[in-house]
Design a protein around this ligand. Sequence first.
Ligand code: FO1
Length: 308
Amino acid sequence: MKNIVVLTGGVGGAKLVLGLARILPEEALTAIVNTGDDFRHLGLHISPDIDTLLYTLAGKANAAQGWGREGESWAFMAALRELGGANWFALGDGDLALHVLRSYSLTRGETLSQVTANVAARWDIATRILPMSDDPVATLLDTDSGRLEFQRYFVERRCDPRVQSILFDGAEAAVPAPGVTDAILSADAVILAPSNPFLSIDPLLAIPGLRSALTQTSAPIVAVSPLIGGKAVKGPTVRLMTDLGMVVSNESIARHYAGLIDGMVIDSDDQCDMPDIVVIKCPTLMTTLADKRRVAQAALDLAARMRS
Ligand code: FO1
């Protein structure tokens, strides 16, 4: 298979993309990334999921933390705190350089796609990293504490408010970024990473042009479940499913993607009783690089099986 597309967001997705990048020929892989988490902070344009992927593929990620750069220094935050600036969202010094460069480039008329491609080229990343859209899309959560912007819910409120519904402001009017539709239509396989389905994958699916490319493509679409033994490795997937009144199971994830996916990779010890899709098992916890390659290979094998 020559053209593989992966839809991704967050740290779980970045791990799978790294695994895919290590087993596929260079330039076979296109990652389409959630930008619903993007927001303006201190006048800067922050694109957390794009940056997590850039750092991961460049070997610069803080793997233990799950965001930001390894070996980061924090002089900016210390100075900001001293000045009484907002410190609920932590920006390391090296990370800050990326936000400043991106924000400056955007004000000069570059697109998010161009800025992302320039940084990827600078760091010799062969994987094509495309934002889902160059248009603004903002994930908003209606909660028992009112409507919250994504980062206010996720970071400032530590996912504590109970979520009633999620919306993707701007998605209806957003068009897929250049290359997104073509990549999906010419793909040999499309993989939904084990990212949070409701917060990281749904924003992509909310963009009409992107969704319609997924329904039109002849490529098999396979998902990797974010659940292992009924728990998510990181983040609020389980909490959200409970808040939204869903049973926490692989069946619920498969049902959420119903009509879209042909198959799903689940953890070896788990079950998924869904007659409409093909399910395969492998250990899906991705700690080491070997783990990431194994899960990536399982997703590719499943997609190849669907093609034959
Ligand atoms: N996550 C946190 O839990 N606390 C932070 O202070 C924080 C800062 C931050 C800065 C830049 C960046 O790219 C990501 C950052 N994140 C932080 C992670 C971010 O909220 C999440 O990775 C995603 O938006 C969810 O995928």
